[in-house]
Design a protein. Structure first.
Length: 434
């Protein structure tokens, strides 16, 4: 049964949205495990999603020895380990620390950095932000103040193409075409121009300014600040930069409305070797898929629950593409799994009202124009940004909405009919208007 519903803002918000510290920051990490219905959960922060073969091997060993044997990718390019025993923390920390995945116990939950995954691999960016990534992580891990950031606070490093700039990070550093860097505080179009070499330091100084602005309200993220604290934040950041002798000029740079993931398949740039982009259905990798990806070159996990394999020799490209496709990964256009995402759902989450991953699989059909995300409850954990189709499990079935920004329009209710649900989702993904 289908029923039309009126347009409305997305409500209530997901846990990553409006929050204060009054309830405590329970965001999981490597040292603070979260109890889920399928066992304990660890979230391993991987700045920029960059993984060497050694670190990838350590994650797989942890999943196989201590967890459910799978690697679960997040919307920030991190890895979750699920099905862990509640008393495995010491062994998990030892294993990951030995591989360099835990450089600071005090900072492990605040190393939240997304970065343009194709930076330096093609010709679309204005700069290779690899050095920024290493420097920002070093600065964050060396800052006592940074330990006060919440596990939800997010840095973004954009090489100028606008991909991760659209993800709504708290602080974004963008490479400018003129060789400078632009610092964006929150989601406004306003930016602060600083020398490129000072980009990471400017981001840390801005994070410290946010912490002072959030002292009274307890806001976890920039967008959570009350108006009287948010209004002077930019001016305070400018003051701190100038006190630190960082040249700064206010400017404007429109923030992209849509975050576009790398297209699946080969990426050929100025380098002799090739990169391969692969989508991961529902962000879940088994041991064979993980070994195939991590054993083929350096790995970059993306904020769209995908992976980029770098350093592939040209004569290996066709064979690796075939192997990845045979393993169930998305390496070409037109895959029915392209753009399909879901939270963990039942049985892994006690708050979920449905096994949304199974439902998403049952509803997979021809690739749609818009991405779709299935959520087991109103929290919408891990949902995408920009424009997408929102499918939320309700006590009576599912609600399907067309989301643009923070508003959901043209909502439809589907009650306990898998065929009708699949048809309604397919129609929504191909809709041109809402």
């Amino acid at each position: 049964m289908l029923a039309a519903m009126s347009a409305s803002p997305i409500s209530p918000r997901s846990p990553g949205d409006t929050c204060t510290r009054s309830s405590g920051d329970a965001c999981p990490g490597t040292l603070r495990l979260h109890r889920a219905d399928d066992g304990a959960l660890a979230r391993v922060r991987i700045p920029g999603g960059v993984l060497t073969a050694t670190r990838a091997d350590a994650l797989l060993e942890a999943a196989l020895r201590l967890g459910d044997g799978e690697l679960h990718l997040t919307s920030r390019g991190n890895v979750q380990l699920r099905g862990l025993a509640p008393d495995c923390g010491t062994e998990l920390a030892r294993l990951l620390s030995g591989a360099g995945l835990l450089p600071s116990e005090r900072h492990e939950r605040v190393r939240n950095v997304v970065a343009s995954p194709l930076s330096g691999l093609d010709s679309l960016g204005s700069a290779d932000i690899g050095p920024w990534l290493a420097e920002l992580d070093r600065l964050v891990c060396g800052s006592d103040r940074a330990t006060a950031l919440s596990g939800r606070f997010l840095f973004a490093l954009d090489d100028g193409r606008g991909d991760v700039d659209a993800l709504g990070a708290d602080l974004t550093v963008l490479a400018g075409a003129d060789g400078d860097a632009m610092l964006r505080v929150g989601n406004t179009d306003a930016v602060l121009l600083v020398p490129a070499a000072d980009g990471p330091r400017a981001a840390l100084l801005a994070a410290e300014a946010f912490l002072d602005a959030a002292r009274e309200s307890g806001a976890w993220r920039v967008k959570d600040l009350p108006a009287d604290a948010a209004a002077p934040l930019s001016g305070d950041v400018v003051r701190r930069l100038r006190n630190a002798r960082v040249p700064v000029t206010p400017g404007s740079h429109p923030r992209p409305s849509e975050a576009r993931p790398p297209a699946p398949g080969p990426v050929r740039g100025s380098r002799r070797d090739v990169a391969l982009c692969a989508g991961v259905p529902l962000g879940r990798l088994d041991r064979e898929q993980w070994r195939l990806l991590s054993g083929s070159g350096e790995l970059r996990l993306t904020p769209w629950r995908g992976a980029v394999v770098t350093g592939v020799a040209p004569d290996r490209v066709d064979g690796l593409l075939h192997s990845l496709s045979e393993a169930g990964l998305i390496v070409g256009h037109g895959s029915p799994w392209a753009g399909v995402g879901a939270c963990i759902g039942q049985p892994g989450c006690a708050k979920s009202l449905a096994d949304v991953r199974a439902q998403a699989g049952a509803a997979v059909g021809p690739a749609g124009r818009l991405p779709v995300y299935w959520s087991g409850c109103e929290r919408r954990c891990g949902h995408p940004h920009g424009e997408w189709i929102d499918v939320v499990a309700t006590p009576d079935g599912h609600r399907i909405s067309h989301v643009r920004g923070d508003r959901a329009t043209a909502a439809t209710a589907v009650h306990d009919d898998p065929v009708a649900l699949a048809a309604a989702v397919a129609a929504a993904r191909d809709a041109r208007t809402a």
